[in-house]
Design a protein around this ligand. Structure first.
Ligand code: C5P
Length: 222
């Protein structure tokens, strides 16, 4: 039996990509499969937490005994996460949220003309940054998928978004990041600690992240 160290705690996990519509048949998205977030939701449930999973469109099934909210766009994810976060002791934002959306979704399928085309994009709200502004006693954990300068980018996001910890991985290597069953995560904590977890299954990484998240709960005195 998994230890029940999250018994009585509420953990909110966001997972998967978002889809930003261009017209009725096209969208902007990314290759996130939801595997890492779903692994965290499952692990938190096994450890006794009440789990709220807010998920973009993915092809895997949600874990059992988890309250699942399905969303499509970043704006929908923002609305659900910001409302549900009120109940959460720990928020883990694994989702790969689209940074921009089309200013207007075309009502009809856009026809090709042979000319160049420009899409007008406007920034989406940064959900985690919003949570960081009203953090309270909540434990906030972010993810950062980077193609370069992992440490610099992760530490900047940790600070800017007012997080307790950020779990960062490089995308590019086939054993980590989008779609892989394994991940190679480095955790950067607000106190300055850095912990390179090494290559492990997403399930093992999920438990390692939850171990650290539990350590930030107010009763742990951090
Ligand atoms: O996209 P970025 O690298 O800034 O993502 C870092 C963290 O912020 C991730 O945990 C991601 O889920 C979160 N994020 C968010 N809302 C956005 C963009 C990112 O919550 N619009």
């Amino acid at each position: 039996l998994t230890r029940q160290d999250l018994d009585g705690k509420c953990v909110l996990v966001s997972a998967g990509p978002t889809r930003e519509p261009i017209d009725p048949v096209r969208y902007i998205s990314n290759p996130s499969t939801g595997k890492m977030g779903y692994a965290i939701a499952r692990a938190a449930e096994h450890r006794g937490a009440k789990v709220i999973l807010v998920t973009g469109p993915v092809s895997i099934s949600p874990p059992e005994n988890v309250e699942t909210h399905k969303v499509m766009t970043a704006l929908e994810m923002a609305e659900v996460v910001l409302a549900q976060a009120e109940r959460a002791d720990i928020v883990i934002k694994t989702a790969a949220v689209g940074d921009y959306r089309c200013e207007r979704e075309a009502e009809q399928k856009i026809k090709k003309t042979g000319d160049c085309m420009t899409l007008d994009l406007v920034p989406n709200p940064d959900i985690l940054m919003e949570l960081g502004k009203r953090k309270g006693k909540k434990v906030l954990i972010g993810f950062a998928a980077e193609t370069e300068k992992l440490t610099d980018h992760a530490q900047e996001k940790l600070r800017k978004k007012n997080l307790d910890m950020i779990a960062a991985n490089l995308i590019g290597p086939s054993d980590s990041g989008f779609g892989a069953d394994t991940n190679k995560i480095t955790c950067f904590s607000c106190g300055g600690a850095t912990d390179a977890l090494g290559l492990m299954s997403k399930e093992a990484a999920a438990h390692a992240i939850l171990d650290k998240a539990a350590g930030f709960l107010p009763e742990c005195g951090v």
